[in-house]
Design a protein. Structure first.
Length: 471
């Protein structure tokens, strides 16, 4: 059974169930038919012997008792012969006249199943076996029961016509059963193929997907309300997700290689210049080398932070954090750099003064540090930065918007992507590695918060950060 194909595994249970159903129906029908036919034969026999009761009543009237018939098999046989001959003659006359009789002529062993009893229920003549399930017809003379005609029921068919009729019906039933089984096999095989076909396609597509071909898709041949139809759609969704992840992974590797190539090339050039004696080994050259190394180190640290955040491995020690105090401290720490860029800062925390959020203070510090770095890198000199917050029943919302330059609508939705920067040249003079906002988004998500971005009325970007308050 384990080595059978899926189609055969589906076919066999359906077909075997059909065989069992047909077998049980055949046994039931055969038993019911035989029992019904035997009951019909016994009812016909009862109707055929009613005339014999009249003959026996006339004999008792003429003789005054049963003594002339008691034990007289010759006389009894003559009674039966004359009665049954008369019934057959009447049956033939009706058939010839075009008026078929409702009761066929007697046949089989009806004669040997009859017994005549006197008024004391003593046997006068006939079969000595008196079965309790027999039919008794009273013989009445002058309003008095003078005896009974006792007839044992037929236990099995003995009449040749009835037997032939039964065989014909049973053969017909067997033929119908065979046709039903053939149709059941055809329906079972068709059903098995219909059910197994999408599963077989799914298995093949899964093997292709496992081999690394993420472009494979399954034709949607089933209704979305069908379990197989939902499975087909889920597979296509999975394949589409894997394809996007693979594309993202390749882009991620290419971007990392690009980001590392520039500082390493600069570092290599400076080292070679020092080796060739083009540049002197002095404090300025060493400071330049140190700067490039620190830039590479910062990029690697950012990569590590993003990677650990993606797998949920960053360590968060959450507690009640005074959000406004943290923001006040960070504004003061970055005020000098903002002044150098001539970026004016306005902060309004009156609506959330002393508001607390449930989070990791170190990670929140990293979040806002990246936000300040993003403003410093991209906001034009002489611009503006506005920060304010609002306190809700279970959350605190921080609004962060700056002045020009802004981004196109097509770019707005990609700002949180890894290594994405608005300038396609990826020049490091105007921007970082493109990981800052990704880290910010991951930190907010890890705090069960939300971070969104839209166009700022000041001409730049407007970030909305929602963080939960302590329960």
């Amino acid at each position: 059974m384990m080595n059978l194909s899926l189609t055969k595994r589906l076919f066999l249970p359906i077909f075997l169930t059909s065989i069992l159903a047909v077998f049980l129906m055949a046994v039931g029908e055969r038993y019911s038919f035989q029992r019904g036919l035997l009951e019909y034969v016994n009812n016909v026999d009862v109707r055929n012997v009613h005339g014999l009761v009249d003959t026996l009543r006339g004999h008792y009237k003429d003789k005054g008792d049963w003594e002339a018939l008691r034990g007289n098999r010759t006389a009894w046989q003559q009674f039966l012969t004359e009665h049954f001959a008369r019934l057959k003659h009447e049956f033939l006359e009706r058939e010839l006249s075009g008026q078929p009789s409702e009761t066929p002529p007697p046949g089989g062993t009806i004669g040997v199943r009859l017994t005549v009893l006197d008024h004391n229920e003593q046997i006068v003549i006939g079969n000595a076996e008196l079965r309790p399930d027999a039919t008794r017809i009273p013989i009445v003379h002058d309003g008095k029961t003078v005896g009974w005609l006792h007839m044992n029921p037929e236990t099995h068919l003995t009449d040749a016509v009835a037997i032939k009729f039964q065989e014909k019906q049973l053969n017909t039933m067997y033929l119908v059963g065979g046709v039903v089984l053939f149709l059941a096999a055809a329906v079972a095989m068709t059903t098995a193929r219909i059910l197994s076909r999408p599963i077989v396609h799914l298995v093949k597509a899964t093997r292709t997907l496992t081999a690394g071909d993420y472009k494979v898709r399954i034709d949607l041949t089933r209704s979305p309300e069908d379990e197989l139809g939902r499975l087909q759609r889920d597979f296509n969704t999975l394949a589409n997700t894997l394809e996007k992840n693979e594309t993202s992974r390749r882009q991620w590797i290419a971007d990392i290689s690009h980001e590392l190539r520039t500082p390493i090339a600069v570092l290599r050039g400076e080292v070679e210049a020092l080796q060739d004696g083009i540049r002197a080994v002095d404090e300025k050259s060493l400071k330049s080398l140190h700067g490039e190394i620190m830039q590479i180190n910062q990029f690697i640290e950012d990569l590590y932070t993003v990677a650990m955040s993606d797998i949920g491995a960053l360590n968060y020690r959450k507690e009640d954090v005074n959000l406004t105090s943290l923001l006040d401290e960070m504004i003061e720490s970055y005020r000098g750099k903002l002044d150098q860029r001539q970026i004016a800062v306005s902060a309004d925390f009156n609506n959330c003064r002393d508001a607390k959020v449930f989070g990791d203070q170190q990670r929140l510090h990293q979040l806002f540090a990246n936000m300040f770095q993003n403003t410093l890198r991209y906001t034009d000199p002489g611009g503006r930065l506005e920060i304010w917050c609002e306190k809700g029943p279970r959350q605190v919302t921080i609004q962060w918007r700056d002045s020009a330059p802004g981004v196109d609508d097509a770019v707005l939705g990609k700002l949180f992507d890894r290594l994405f920067r608005t300038e396609q040249s990826r020049c490091r003079e105007t921007g970082g590695a493109g990981l800052g906002l990704t880290i910010c988004k991951n930190i907010v998500d890890a705090h069960d918060g939300q971070m969104t971005v839209q166009h700022s009325p000041l001409g730049g970007l407007w970030f909305t950060i929602v963080l939960p308050t302590p329960k």
